[in-house]
Design a binder for this molecule. Structure first.
Ligand SMILES: Cc1cc2nc3c(=O)[nH]c(=O)nc-3n(C[C@H](O)[C@H](O)[C@H](O)COP(=O)(O)OP(=O)(O)OC[C@H]3O[C@@H](n4cnc5c(N)ncnc54)[C@H](O)[C@@H]3O)c2cc1C
Length: 561
Protein backbone atom coordinates (compact mmCIF):
# COMPACT_ATOMS: atom_id res chain seq x y z
CA UNK A 1 0.00 0.00 0.00
CA UNK A 2 1.39 3.40 -0.98
CA UNK A 3 0.18 6.98 -0.59
CA UNK A 4 -0.06 9.22 -3.58
CA UNK A 5 -1.41 12.70 -4.22
CA UNK A 6 -3.02 11.68 -7.51
CA UNK A 7 -2.97 8.26 -9.08
CA UNK A 8 -3.90 8.72 -12.75
CA UNK A 9 -5.36 5.78 -14.64
CA UNK A 10 -4.47 5.86 -18.33
CA UNK A 11 -1.30 7.49 -19.71
CA UNK A 12 -2.68 8.45 -23.13
CA UNK A 13 -2.98 11.84 -24.78
CA UNK A 14 -4.78 13.49 -21.87
CA UNK A 15 -3.33 11.34 -19.06
CA UNK A 16 0.29 12.05 -20.04
CA UNK A 17 -0.38 15.77 -20.38
CA UNK A 18 -2.19 16.08 -17.06
CA UNK A 19 0.44 14.02 -15.22
CA UNK A 20 3.20 16.19 -16.70
CA UNK A 21 1.47 19.40 -15.56
CA UNK A 22 0.76 18.05 -12.05
CA UNK A 23 4.41 17.04 -11.79
CA UNK A 24 5.23 20.78 -11.91
CA UNK A 25 4.07 20.87 -8.26
CA UNK A 26 5.70 18.90 -5.44
CA UNK A 27 2.79 16.42 -5.57
CA UNK A 28 3.46 12.74 -6.18
CA UNK A 29 1.78 11.58 -9.34
CA UNK A 30 1.58 7.92 -10.27
CA UNK A 31 0.61 7.18 -13.85
CA UNK A 32 -0.86 3.72 -14.41
CA UNK A 33 -0.82 2.83 -18.10
CA UNK A 34 -2.05 -0.46 -19.53
CA UNK A 35 0.26 -0.34 -22.57
CA UNK A 36 4.04 -0.39 -22.89
CA UNK A 37 6.59 2.15 -24.09
CA UNK A 38 6.21 3.57 -27.57
CA UNK A 39 7.79 1.39 -30.30
CA UNK A 40 10.73 3.05 -32.14
CA UNK A 41 8.83 3.34 -35.44
CA UNK A 42 6.14 5.45 -33.76
CA UNK A 43 8.33 8.55 -34.10
CA UNK A 44 8.38 8.28 -37.91
CA UNK A 45 5.53 10.49 -39.14
CA UNK A 46 4.70 8.39 -42.20
CA UNK A 47 4.60 5.12 -40.25
CA UNK A 48 1.43 5.71 -38.28
CA UNK A 49 -0.85 3.59 -40.38
CA UNK A 50 -1.11 0.68 -40.74
CA UNK A 51 2.14 -0.10 -38.87
CA UNK A 52 0.88 1.32 -35.61
CA UNK A 53 -2.82 0.73 -35.99
CA UNK A 54 -2.12 -2.98 -36.48
CA UNK A 55 0.91 -3.26 -34.22
CA UNK A 56 1.26 -4.07 -30.55
CA UNK A 57 0.85 -0.41 -29.58
CA UNK A 58 -2.89 -0.49 -30.19
CA UNK A 59 -6.01 -2.56 -29.73
CA UNK A 60 -8.73 -2.92 -32.33
CA UNK A 61 -12.34 -3.29 -31.38
CA UNK A 62 -15.09 -4.40 -33.77
CA UNK A 63 -18.35 -2.56 -33.29
CA UNK A 64 -21.66 -4.35 -32.93
CA UNK A 65 -23.20 -4.93 -36.40
CA UNK A 66 -24.49 -1.65 -37.84
CA UNK A 67 -28.14 -1.34 -38.86
CA UNK A 68 -27.66 1.44 -41.44
CA UNK A 69 -23.96 1.39 -42.30
CA UNK A 70 -20.90 -0.82 -42.92
CA UNK A 71 -22.92 -2.85 -45.45
CA UNK A 72 -19.68 -3.81 -47.24
CA UNK A 73 -17.71 -4.57 -44.07
CA UNK A 74 -17.29 -8.11 -42.75
CA UNK A 75 -20.21 -8.78 -40.40
CA UNK A 76 -21.43 -5.17 -40.93
CA UNK A 77 -18.96 -4.19 -38.20
CA UNK A 78 -16.78 -1.12 -38.06
CA UNK A 79 -13.27 -1.60 -36.70
CA UNK A 80 -12.03 1.03 -34.26
CA UNK A 81 -8.39 1.42 -33.16
CA UNK A 82 -7.19 2.73 -29.78
CA UNK A 83 -3.63 3.40 -28.69
CA UNK A 84 -2.60 0.98 -25.93
CA UNK A 85 0.78 2.47 -25.21
CA UNK A 86 2.25 5.37 -23.29
CA UNK A 87 0.92 8.46 -25.09
CA UNK A 88 -2.22 6.51 -26.12
CA UNK A 89 -3.77 7.84 -29.33
CA UNK A 90 -1.09 10.50 -29.68
CA UNK A 91 1.52 7.76 -30.14
CA UNK A 92 -0.29 5.92 -32.93
CA UNK A 93 -2.43 8.54 -34.62
CA UNK A 94 -2.24 10.49 -37.89
CA UNK A 95 -0.62 13.43 -36.03
CA UNK A 96 -3.02 16.04 -37.37
CA UNK A 97 -3.39 18.95 -35.02
CA UNK A 98 -6.72 20.70 -35.57
CA UNK A 99 -8.37 22.71 -32.85
CA UNK A 100 -11.99 22.69 -33.91
CA UNK A 101 -14.27 25.61 -34.48
CA UNK A 102 -14.68 28.26 -31.80
CA UNK A 103 -18.43 27.63 -32.18
CA UNK A 104 -17.95 24.06 -30.89
CA UNK A 105 -16.79 25.39 -27.54
CA UNK A 106 -19.43 28.14 -27.42
CA UNK A 107 -21.93 25.31 -27.91
CA UNK A 108 -20.39 23.36 -24.99
CA UNK A 109 -20.99 26.42 -22.83
CA UNK A 110 -24.52 26.94 -24.17
CA UNK A 111 -25.27 23.40 -22.97
CA UNK A 112 -24.57 24.66 -19.45
CA UNK A 113 -20.82 24.10 -19.14
CA UNK A 114 -19.56 27.36 -17.69
CA UNK A 115 -15.91 28.11 -18.50
CA UNK A 116 -15.71 26.04 -21.70
CA UNK A 117 -16.61 28.70 -24.29
CA UNK A 118 -14.10 29.63 -26.98
CA UNK A 119 -12.78 32.68 -25.11
CA UNK A 120 -12.09 30.54 -22.04
CA UNK A 121 -10.42 27.61 -23.83
CA UNK A 122 -8.29 29.59 -26.31
CA UNK A 123 -5.57 30.38 -23.70
CA UNK A 124 -5.19 26.65 -23.05
CA UNK A 125 -4.83 25.86 -26.75
CA UNK A 126 -2.11 28.51 -26.84
CA UNK A 127 -0.45 27.21 -23.67
CA UNK A 128 0.02 23.70 -25.03
CA UNK A 129 1.30 24.66 -28.46
CA UNK A 130 4.74 25.47 -29.83
CA UNK A 131 3.79 26.68 -33.30
CA UNK A 132 6.71 26.35 -35.70
CA UNK A 133 6.15 29.49 -37.75
CA UNK A 134 7.19 33.08 -37.86
CA UNK A 135 5.57 35.08 -35.05
CA UNK A 136 3.28 37.79 -36.37
CA UNK A 137 0.71 39.81 -34.38
CA UNK A 138 -2.18 38.05 -36.14
CA UNK A 139 -0.69 34.61 -35.40
CA UNK A 140 0.09 35.53 -31.79
CA UNK A 141 -3.58 36.32 -31.22
CA UNK A 142 -4.46 32.68 -31.77
CA UNK A 143 -1.35 30.53 -31.64
CA UNK A 144 1.07 29.56 -28.86
CA UNK A 145 4.84 29.57 -29.28
CA UNK A 146 6.18 28.17 -26.01
CA UNK A 147 4.17 25.02 -25.19
CA UNK A 148 5.30 21.39 -25.08
CA UNK A 149 3.53 20.26 -28.28
CA UNK A 150 5.37 21.30 -31.45
CA UNK A 151 3.07 21.98 -34.37
CA UNK A 152 4.15 22.54 -37.98
CA UNK A 153 2.61 22.45 -41.45
CA UNK A 154 3.03 19.92 -44.23
CA UNK A 155 5.74 21.34 -46.49
CA UNK A 156 6.05 19.05 -49.50
CA UNK A 157 3.87 18.26 -52.51
CA UNK A 158 4.19 21.65 -54.21
CA UNK A 159 2.11 20.73 -57.29
CA UNK A 160 -0.78 19.58 -55.14
CA UNK A 161 -0.54 22.60 -52.86
CA UNK A 162 -0.60 24.95 -55.85
CA UNK A 163 -3.62 23.14 -57.30
CA UNK A 164 -5.51 23.32 -54.00
CA UNK A 165 -4.74 27.01 -53.59
CA UNK A 166 -5.81 27.74 -57.17
CA UNK A 167 -9.01 25.68 -56.71
CA UNK A 168 -9.87 27.71 -53.61
CA UNK A 169 -9.44 30.94 -55.59
CA UNK A 170 -11.50 29.57 -58.47
CA UNK A 171 -14.34 28.63 -56.11
CA UNK A 172 -14.08 31.85 -54.12
CA UNK A 173 -13.48 29.81 -50.94
CA UNK A 174 -11.70 31.50 -48.02
CA UNK A 175 -8.11 30.33 -47.49
CA UNK A 176 -7.88 30.02 -43.73
CA UNK A 177 -4.38 30.02 -42.23
CA UNK A 178 -4.38 31.42 -38.70
CA UNK A 179 -6.52 28.94 -36.77
CA UNK A 180 -8.92 31.58 -35.49
CA UNK A 181 -12.46 31.26 -34.19
CA UNK A 182 -13.94 30.02 -37.47
CA UNK A 183 -12.11 27.24 -39.27
CA UNK A 184 -14.45 27.37 -42.28
CA UNK A 185 -12.71 27.27 -45.66
CA UNK A 186 -9.60 25.56 -46.97
CA UNK A 187 -6.47 25.43 -44.79
CA UNK A 188 -3.15 23.58 -44.73
CA UNK A 189 -3.08 20.77 -42.21
CA UNK A 190 -1.06 21.28 -39.03
CA UNK A 191 0.83 18.29 -37.71
CA UNK A 192 2.65 17.42 -34.46
CA UNK A 193 5.74 16.73 -36.48
CA UNK A 194 8.73 17.72 -34.37
CA UNK A 195 10.94 20.49 -33.17
CA UNK A 196 12.01 21.88 -36.51
CA UNK A 197 10.93 21.65 -40.09
CA UNK A 198 14.22 19.98 -40.94
CA UNK A 199 13.93 17.35 -38.23
CA UNK A 200 10.53 15.78 -38.40
CA UNK A 201 9.44 13.30 -35.79
CA UNK A 202 6.30 12.63 -33.82
CA UNK A 203 5.62 14.61 -30.66
CA UNK A 204 3.32 12.52 -28.48
CA UNK A 205 2.15 12.23 -24.91
CA UNK A 206 5.26 10.11 -24.30
CA UNK A 207 7.36 13.24 -24.80
CA UNK A 208 5.37 14.92 -22.02
CA UNK A 209 5.41 12.17 -19.44
CA UNK A 210 8.16 13.02 -16.93
CA UNK A 211 6.73 11.42 -13.81
CA UNK A 212 6.64 8.12 -11.95
CA UNK A 213 4.91 5.60 -14.05
CA UNK A 214 4.00 1.96 -14.05
CA UNK A 215 3.34 0.66 -17.50
CA UNK A 216 3.83 -2.20 -19.89
CA UNK A 217 2.99 -5.81 -20.36
CA UNK A 218 3.69 -6.52 -16.71
CA UNK A 219 0.91 -4.15 -15.64
CA UNK A 220 -2.04 -6.51 -15.75
CA UNK A 221 -5.07 -4.88 -17.22
CA UNK A 222 -6.90 -5.16 -13.92
CA UNK A 223 -7.74 -1.93 -12.22
CA UNK A 224 -10.47 -0.68 -10.05
CA UNK A 225 -11.19 2.59 -8.35
CA UNK A 226 -11.95 1.97 -4.70
CA UNK A 227 -14.51 4.01 -2.73
CA UNK A 228 -15.10 4.41 1.01
CA UNK A 229 -18.47 4.39 2.82
CA UNK A 230 -18.96 8.09 2.01
CA UNK A 231 -18.47 7.31 -1.72
CA UNK A 232 -15.14 9.10 -1.79
CA UNK A 233 -12.61 7.66 -4.25
CA UNK A 234 -9.91 6.38 -1.90
CA UNK A 235 -7.47 5.11 -4.49
CA UNK A 236 -6.76 2.51 -7.11
CA UNK A 237 -6.25 -1.21 -6.94
CA UNK A 238 -4.13 -2.77 -9.68
CA UNK A 239 -2.12 -5.84 -10.46
CA UNK A 240 1.56 -5.61 -11.31
CA UNK A 241 3.69 -8.68 -12.00
CA UNK A 242 0.88 -10.86 -10.70
CA UNK A 243 0.60 -9.07 -7.35
CA UNK A 244 -2.25 -6.83 -6.27
CA UNK A 245 -1.23 -3.31 -5.22
CA UNK A 246 -3.29 -0.60 -3.59
CA UNK A 247 -2.51 3.09 -3.93
CA UNK A 248 -4.26 5.49 -1.58
CA UNK A 249 -5.12 8.84 -3.12
CA UNK A 250 -4.42 11.54 -0.58
CA UNK A 251 -6.26 14.06 -2.76
CA UNK A 252 -8.08 12.60 -5.75
CA UNK A 253 -8.03 9.99 -8.52
CA UNK A 254 -7.82 11.07 -12.18
CA UNK A 255 -9.30 8.74 -14.77
CA UNK A 256 -7.92 9.22 -18.31
CA UNK A 257 -8.45 5.90 -20.07
CA UNK A 258 -10.14 7.41 -23.15
CA UNK A 259 -13.68 7.37 -24.52
CA UNK A 260 -13.90 3.57 -24.61
CA UNK A 261 -12.06 2.48 -21.46
CA UNK A 262 -13.01 5.34 -19.12
CA UNK A 263 -16.70 4.33 -19.15
CA UNK A 264 -15.61 0.69 -18.83
CA UNK A 265 -13.55 1.44 -15.70
CA UNK A 266 -16.30 3.63 -14.23
CA UNK A 267 -18.86 0.87 -14.72
CA UNK A 268 -16.53 -1.83 -13.34
CA UNK A 269 -16.01 0.39 -10.29
CA UNK A 270 -19.78 0.70 -9.71
CA UNK A 271 -20.50 4.03 -11.44
CA UNK A 272 -22.95 3.71 -14.31
CA UNK A 273 -26.44 2.65 -15.45
CA UNK A 274 -27.78 0.85 -12.34
CA UNK A 275 -29.79 -1.85 -14.08
CA UNK A 276 -26.89 -2.89 -16.30
CA UNK A 277 -24.45 -2.92 -13.36
CA UNK A 278 -26.80 -5.09 -11.32
CA UNK A 279 -27.28 -7.49 -14.24
CA UNK A 280 -23.48 -7.88 -14.46
CA UNK A 281 -23.22 -8.46 -10.69
CA UNK A 282 -21.48 -5.14 -9.96
CA UNK A 283 -22.38 -3.29 -6.78
CA UNK A 284 -23.78 0.19 -7.59
CA UNK A 285 -21.82 3.06 -6.01
CA UNK A 286 -23.36 5.86 -8.08
CA UNK A 287 -26.33 5.37 -10.41
CA UNK A 288 -25.39 7.36 -13.51
CA UNK A 289 -27.40 6.33 -16.58
CA UNK A 290 -25.24 8.53 -18.85
CA UNK A 291 -22.00 6.53 -18.41
CA UNK A 292 -21.12 5.06 -21.83
CA UNK A 293 -24.02 6.82 -23.59
CA UNK A 294 -23.67 9.72 -26.05
CA UNK A 295 -20.81 8.09 -28.02
CA UNK A 296 -19.88 10.65 -30.66
CA UNK A 297 -17.38 10.30 -33.51
CA UNK A 298 -16.81 11.30 -37.13
CA UNK A 299 -18.19 8.89 -39.71
CA UNK A 300 -16.16 9.21 -42.91
CA UNK A 301 -14.83 7.53 -46.02
CA UNK A 302 -12.26 8.15 -48.74
CA UNK A 303 -12.55 8.68 -52.51
CA UNK A 304 -9.50 7.91 -54.66
CA UNK A 305 -8.42 10.01 -57.65
CA UNK A 306 -5.82 8.97 -60.23
CA UNK A 307 -3.25 11.81 -60.51
CA UNK A 308 -0.30 12.72 -62.72
CA UNK A 309 3.18 11.60 -61.55
CA UNK A 310 4.86 13.83 -58.96
CA UNK A 311 1.60 15.16 -57.50
CA UNK A 312 1.50 12.90 -54.48
CA UNK A 313 3.27 9.98 -52.80
CA UNK A 314 4.09 7.36 -55.37
CA UNK A 315 4.02 3.76 -54.32
CA UNK A 316 7.50 3.60 -55.94
CA UNK A 317 8.74 6.08 -53.30
CA UNK A 318 7.58 3.77 -50.56
CA UNK A 319 9.61 0.86 -51.93
CA UNK A 320 12.66 2.96 -52.84
CA UNK A 321 15.65 2.43 -50.44
CA UNK A 322 16.57 6.11 -50.97
CA UNK A 323 13.40 7.09 -49.06
CA UNK A 324 14.70 5.32 -45.95
CA UNK A 325 18.26 6.59 -46.35
CA UNK A 326 16.97 10.17 -46.74
CA UNK A 327 14.87 9.91 -43.58
CA UNK A 328 17.64 8.26 -41.55
CA UNK A 329 20.32 10.75 -42.59
CA UNK A 330 18.35 13.97 -42.87
CA UNK A 331 14.94 13.34 -41.30
CA UNK A 332 13.42 14.57 -44.54
CA UNK A 333 11.58 13.14 -47.54
CA UNK A 334 8.41 11.07 -47.80
CA UNK A 335 8.75 9.48 -44.34
CA UNK A 336 9.08 12.86 -42.61
CA UNK A 337 5.43 13.75 -43.09
CA UNK A 338 2.22 12.12 -41.97
CA UNK A 339 0.24 10.36 -44.66
CA UNK A 340 -2.83 11.91 -43.10
CA UNK A 341 -4.57 14.98 -44.46
CA UNK A 342 -2.44 17.67 -46.06
CA UNK A 343 -5.26 20.22 -46.38
CA UNK A 344 -8.70 20.59 -44.86
CA UNK A 345 -11.82 21.90 -46.52
CA UNK A 346 -14.27 22.73 -43.74
CA UNK A 347 -17.70 23.49 -45.19
CA UNK A 348 -21.19 24.12 -43.90
CA UNK A 349 -23.74 22.44 -46.15
CA UNK A 350 -26.53 21.80 -43.64
CA UNK A 351 -27.45 25.39 -42.80
CA UNK A 352 -27.51 27.22 -39.47
CA UNK A 353 -24.44 29.25 -38.55
CA UNK A 354 -22.54 29.46 -41.88
CA UNK A 355 -19.21 29.84 -40.03
CA UNK A 356 -19.63 26.53 -38.14
CA UNK A 357 -18.63 23.59 -40.38
CA UNK A 358 -20.59 20.37 -40.47
CA UNK A 359 -18.28 18.52 -42.89
CA UNK A 360 -14.55 18.31 -43.56
CA UNK A 361 -13.59 17.34 -47.13
CA UNK A 362 -9.80 16.98 -46.72
CA UNK A 363 -7.15 15.95 -49.21
CA UNK A 364 -4.99 13.12 -47.92
CA UNK A 365 -1.79 11.51 -49.20
CA UNK A 366 -2.65 7.93 -48.24
CA UNK A 367 -2.00 5.60 -51.19
CA UNK A 368 -4.83 3.36 -52.35
CA UNK A 369 -4.58 -0.08 -50.75
CA UNK A 370 -7.19 -2.79 -50.16
CA UNK A 371 -8.43 -2.53 -46.61
CA UNK A 372 -9.40 -5.18 -44.10
CA UNK A 373 -12.43 -3.09 -43.28
CA UNK A 374 -14.10 -3.87 -46.63
CA UNK A 375 -15.16 -7.23 -47.99
CA UNK A 376 -13.27 -8.60 -51.00
CA UNK A 377 -16.02 -7.63 -53.47
CA UNK A 378 -16.01 -3.97 -52.44
CA UNK A 379 -12.19 -3.85 -52.38
CA UNK A 380 -12.09 -5.29 -55.91
CA UNK A 381 -14.49 -2.64 -57.20
CA UNK A 382 -13.25 0.39 -55.27
CA UNK A 383 -9.55 0.09 -54.45
CA UNK A 384 -7.98 -2.51 -56.75
CA UNK A 385 -8.37 -0.33 -59.92
CA UNK A 386 -6.11 2.25 -58.23
CA UNK A 387 -3.49 0.00 -56.63
CA UNK A 388 0.14 0.72 -57.63
CA UNK A 389 -0.96 3.94 -59.37
CA UNK A 390 -0.31 7.51 -58.24
CA UNK A 391 -3.46 8.46 -56.37
CA UNK A 392 -4.75 11.23 -54.21
CA UNK A 393 -7.52 10.63 -51.69
CA UNK A 394 -10.24 13.03 -50.68
CA UNK A 395 -12.39 12.24 -47.69
CA UNK A 396 -15.95 13.10 -46.71
CA UNK A 397 -16.10 13.35 -42.92
CA UNK A 398 -19.19 14.32 -40.97
CA UNK A 399 -18.24 16.82 -38.29
CA UNK A 400 -21.43 17.14 -36.23
CA UNK A 401 -23.46 13.93 -36.50
CA UNK A 402 -26.91 13.86 -34.97
CA UNK A 403 -26.80 10.08 -34.41
CA UNK A 404 -25.18 8.86 -31.20
CA UNK A 405 -23.82 5.48 -30.19
CA UNK A 406 -22.96 3.86 -26.89
CA UNK A 407 -20.30 1.93 -25.00
CA UNK A 408 -21.33 -0.84 -22.66
CA UNK A 409 -19.89 -3.78 -20.73
CA UNK A 410 -19.77 -7.27 -22.17
CA UNK A 411 -19.06 -8.67 -18.73
CA UNK A 412 -17.69 -7.71 -15.33
CA UNK A 413 -14.22 -8.86 -16.44
CA UNK A 414 -11.88 -5.97 -17.30
CA UNK A 415 -10.10 -8.20 -19.82
CA UNK A 416 -13.27 -8.34 -21.97
CA UNK A 417 -13.16 -5.44 -24.40
CA UNK A 418 -16.20 -3.19 -24.01
CA UNK A 419 -19.00 -3.26 -26.53
CA UNK A 420 -19.36 -0.39 -29.05
CA UNK A 421 -22.59 0.40 -30.86
CA UNK A 422 -22.05 3.27 -33.31
CA UNK A 423 -25.62 3.67 -34.63
CA UNK A 424 -24.30 5.50 -37.69
CA UNK A 425 -27.13 7.15 -39.71
CA UNK A 426 -29.76 6.33 -37.12
CA UNK A 427 -30.75 9.92 -37.86
CA UNK A 428 -31.22 10.06 -41.67
CA UNK A 429 -30.10 13.71 -41.65
CA UNK A 430 -26.49 12.50 -41.29
CA UNK A 431 -26.67 10.37 -44.44
CA UNK A 432 -28.22 13.19 -46.50
CA UNK A 433 -25.45 15.56 -45.37
CA UNK A 434 -22.74 13.10 -46.40
CA UNK A 435 -24.25 12.93 -49.88
CA UNK A 436 -24.08 16.73 -50.02
CA UNK A 437 -20.40 16.35 -49.08
CA UNK A 438 -19.86 14.04 -52.06
CA UNK A 439 -21.49 16.55 -54.41
CA UNK A 440 -19.28 19.32 -53.00
CA UNK A 441 -16.18 17.12 -53.44
CA UNK A 442 -17.01 16.66 -57.13
CA UNK A 443 -17.49 20.43 -57.47
CA UNK A 444 -14.01 21.03 -56.00
CA UNK A 445 -12.32 18.26 -57.98
CA UNK A 446 -13.96 19.54 -61.14
CA UNK A 447 -12.29 22.96 -61.00
CA UNK A 448 -9.81 23.76 -63.77
CA UNK A 449 -7.06 23.83 -61.14
CA UNK A 450 -7.75 20.30 -59.89
CA UNK A 451 -8.38 18.90 -63.40
CA UNK A 452 -4.80 20.03 -64.22
CA UNK A 453 -3.40 17.37 -61.87
CA UNK A 454 -5.92 14.58 -62.54
CA UNK A 455 -5.69 11.74 -65.06
CA UNK A 456 -8.75 10.01 -66.59
CA UNK A 457 -10.45 8.06 -63.79
CA UNK A 458 -11.17 4.31 -63.93
CA UNK A 459 -14.70 3.03 -63.29
CA UNK A 460 -14.94 2.38 -59.56
CA UNK A 461 -18.73 2.12 -59.29
CA UNK A 462 -20.05 0.05 -56.43
CA UNK A 463 -22.13 -2.52 -58.27
CA UNK A 464 -24.49 -3.13 -55.33
CA UNK A 465 -25.73 0.45 -55.62
CA UNK A 466 -26.11 0.78 -59.39
CA UNK A 467 -29.74 -0.28 -59.12
CA UNK A 468 -30.43 3.29 -57.93
CA UNK A 469 -28.94 4.70 -61.17
CA UNK A 470 -25.47 6.21 -61.66
CA UNK A 471 -24.77 9.45 -59.81
CA UNK A 472 -28.25 9.72 -58.28
CA UNK A 473 -28.70 10.67 -54.62
CA UNK A 474 -30.01 7.11 -54.13
CA UNK A 475 -26.74 5.69 -55.52
CA UNK A 476 -24.61 7.86 -53.23
CA UNK A 477 -26.73 7.15 -50.14
CA UNK A 478 -26.32 3.44 -50.84
CA UNK A 479 -22.57 3.96 -51.46
CA UNK A 480 -22.07 5.77 -48.15
CA UNK A 481 -24.02 3.12 -46.25
CA UNK A 482 -21.71 0.47 -47.74
CA UNK A 483 -18.32 2.08 -47.21
CA UNK A 484 -18.53 4.41 -44.23
CA UNK A 485 -15.98 3.91 -41.47
CA UNK A 486 -14.93 6.14 -38.61
CA UNK A 487 -12.00 8.42 -37.89
CA UNK A 488 -11.11 7.06 -34.42
CA UNK A 489 -12.37 10.30 -32.87
CA UNK A 490 -14.43 8.57 -30.17
CA UNK A 491 -15.55 10.90 -27.43
CA UNK A 492 -18.32 12.10 -25.17
CA UNK A 493 -19.10 8.88 -23.23
CA UNK A 494 -18.78 10.58 -19.82
CA UNK A 495 -20.03 13.96 -20.87
CA UNK A 496 -19.82 17.10 -18.78
CA UNK A 497 -23.09 18.85 -18.11
CA UNK A 498 -24.95 20.93 -15.53
CA UNK A 499 -26.83 18.94 -12.84
CA UNK A 500 -30.12 19.49 -14.69
CA UNK A 501 -29.08 17.06 -17.45
CA UNK A 502 -29.92 13.53 -16.22
CA UNK A 503 -27.49 11.99 -18.73
CA UNK A 504 -24.47 14.02 -17.57
CA UNK A 505 -21.58 12.16 -15.93
CA UNK A 506 -19.15 14.88 -14.83
CA UNK A 507 -19.57 18.49 -13.75
CA UNK A 508 -17.96 21.32 -15.74
CA UNK A 509 -15.01 20.88 -13.31
CA UNK A 510 -14.89 17.29 -14.57
CA UNK A 511 -15.77 15.76 -11.18
CA UNK A 512 -17.84 12.57 -11.37
CA UNK A 513 -21.40 12.98 -10.10
CA UNK A 514 -22.65 11.14 -7.04
CA UNK A 515 -19.16 10.43 -5.65
CA UNK A 516 -16.26 12.64 -4.57
CA UNK A 517 -12.51 12.63 -5.22
CA UNK A 518 -12.79 11.32 -8.79
CA UNK A 519 -12.21 13.36 -11.94
CA UNK A 520 -12.32 12.30 -15.58
CA UNK A 521 -9.82 14.01 -17.89
CA UNK A 522 -9.91 12.77 -21.48
CA UNK A 523 -11.98 12.87 -24.67
CA UNK A 524 -14.94 11.27 -22.92
CA UNK A 525 -15.90 14.48 -21.09
CA UNK A 526 -16.66 16.41 -24.29
CA UNK A 527 -20.43 17.10 -24.51
CA UNK A 528 -20.30 16.63 -28.29
CA UNK A 529 -17.50 16.05 -30.76
CA UNK A 530 -15.61 19.06 -32.09
CA UNK A 531 -15.63 19.96 -35.79
CA UNK A 532 -12.06 18.71 -36.20
CA UNK A 533 -9.83 15.77 -35.37
CA UNK A 534 -9.93 15.33 -31.61
CA UNK A 535 -6.32 15.24 -30.32
CA UNK A 536 -5.77 19.01 -30.02
CA UNK A 537 -9.03 19.47 -28.09
CA UNK A 538 -8.17 16.51 -25.84
CA UNK A 539 -4.84 18.15 -25.00
CA UNK A 540 -6.73 21.39 -24.30
CA UNK A 541 -9.09 19.54 -21.91
CA UNK A 542 -6.00 18.16 -20.12
CA UNK A 543 -4.37 21.60 -19.86
CA UNK A 544 -7.53 23.17 -18.42
CA UNK A 545 -8.18 20.24 -16.08
CA UNK A 546 -4.61 20.46 -14.74
CA UNK A 547 -5.24 24.05 -13.68
CA UNK A 548 -8.55 23.04 -12.08
CA UNK A 549 -6.81 20.32 -10.06
CA UNK A 550 -4.04 22.69 -9.01
CA UNK A 551 -6.59 25.36 -8.00
CA UNK A 552 -8.70 22.87 -6.04
CA UNK A 553 -5.65 21.74 -4.03
CA UNK A 554 -4.19 25.20 -3.43
CA UNK A 555 -1.32 25.17 -5.91
CA UNK A 556 -0.55 28.33 -7.88
CA UNK A 557 -1.54 28.40 -11.53
CA UNK A 558 -0.01 30.46 -14.29
CA UNK A 559 -2.06 33.51 -15.32
CA UNK A 560 -3.12 33.01 -18.95
CA UNK A 561 -4.18 35.56 -21.55
C1 LIG B 1 -5.32 5.30 -35.42
C2 LIG B 1 -5.76 6.67 -34.91
C3 LIG B 1 -5.56 7.80 -35.71
C4 LIG B 1 -5.95 9.06 -35.24
N1 LIG B 1 -5.59 10.19 -35.94
C5 LIG B 1 -5.76 11.41 -35.37
C6 LIG B 1 -5.19 12.58 -35.95
O1 LIG B 1 -4.48 12.54 -36.95
N2 LIG B 1 -5.43 13.79 -35.36
C7 LIG B 1 -6.22 13.90 -34.24
O2 LIG B 1 -6.45 15.01 -33.79
N3 LIG B 1 -6.73 12.79 -33.65
C8 LIG B 1 -6.48 11.56 -34.15
N4 LIG B 1 -6.93 10.45 -33.51
C9 LIG B 1 -7.73 10.64 -32.27
C10 LIG B 1 -6.89 11.04 -31.06
O3 LIG B 1 -5.68 10.33 -31.03
C11 LIG B 1 -7.74 10.79 -29.80
O4 LIG B 1 -8.87 11.62 -29.86
C12 LIG B 1 -6.99 11.08 -28.51
O5 LIG B 1 -5.81 10.34 -28.44
C13 LIG B 1 -7.88 10.75 -27.31
O6 LIG B 1 -7.11 10.93 -26.13
P1 LIG B 1 -7.55 10.30 -24.75
O7 LIG B 1 -6.56 10.77 -23.75
O8 LIG B 1 -8.99 10.58 -24.53
O9 LIG B 1 -7.44 8.73 -24.93
P2 LIG B 1 -6.17 7.85 -25.34
O10 LIG B 1 -5.12 8.69 -25.98
O11 LIG B 1 -6.72 6.68 -26.08
O12 LIG B 1 -5.58 7.38 -23.93
C14 LIG B 1 -6.19 6.41 -23.13
C15 LIG B 1 -5.06 5.62 -22.44
O13 LIG B 1 -5.61 4.82 -21.40
C16 LIG B 1 -4.97 3.56 -21.41
N5 LIG B 1 -5.86 2.59 -20.76
C17 LIG B 1 -7.00 2.05 -21.24
N6 LIG B 1 -7.52 1.21 -20.33
C18 LIG B 1 -6.70 1.22 -19.26
C19 LIG B 1 -6.69 0.56 -18.01
N7 LIG B 1 -7.66 -0.32 -17.67
N8 LIG B 1 -5.68 0.83 -17.15
C20 LIG B 1 -4.69 1.69 -17.46
N9 LIG B 1 -4.64 2.34 -18.64
C21 LIG B 1 -5.64 2.11 -19.53
C22 LIG B 1 -4.73 3.28 -22.88
O14 LIG B 1 -3.73 2.31 -23.06
C23 LIG B 1 -4.33 4.66 -23.39
O15 LIG B 1 -2.95 4.88 -23.32
C24 LIG B 1 -6.59 9.18 -33.96
C25 LIG B 1 -6.79 8.04 -33.17
C26 LIG B 1 -6.36 6.80 -33.61
C27 LIG B 1 -6.55 5.60 -32.70
Amino acid sequence: MANCFVPALGGGTAGSAVAARLSETEATVLLLEAGGSAPPESVVPFAWSPLLALGQASVSVASEPEDNAALSSPGRKNIAYFGRVIGGGSTVNGMLFVRGSGYDFDSWKDLGNEGWDYRSVLPYFKKLENYQAERTPSKEKYRGFAGPVSVSQVQRWGKLRSAIKAAAAELGVAFNTVGGKSNIGISWADCVCGQSLANHHRVSGQSLANHHRVSGQSLDNHHQITFDQQKRARGVEYKFKGQTHRVVATKEVVLSAGALFTPQLLMLSGVGPPQMLTEKGIEVVSALPGVGQNLDNHPGFGMQWRVKPGVTISIKDIFNPKTYIEYNLKRSGVLSESMGSMAHNFVNLGGGNPDWPDLDLPWTLAPSLPTLELEKKANTQLTVPHVLRDTLATRVVLMRPRSRGLVSLRSADVADLPLIRNNFFQDPYDLKLMVKGIRETFRVMNTTAMREILLPQPDTSLKACLRYGRDTDGYWECFVRHVVGQDAHHCCTAKMSPPTDPMGVVSPRLLVRGVSGLRVVDASVMPHVVSANTMASTYMVAEKASDMIKQDWGYPVQQLY
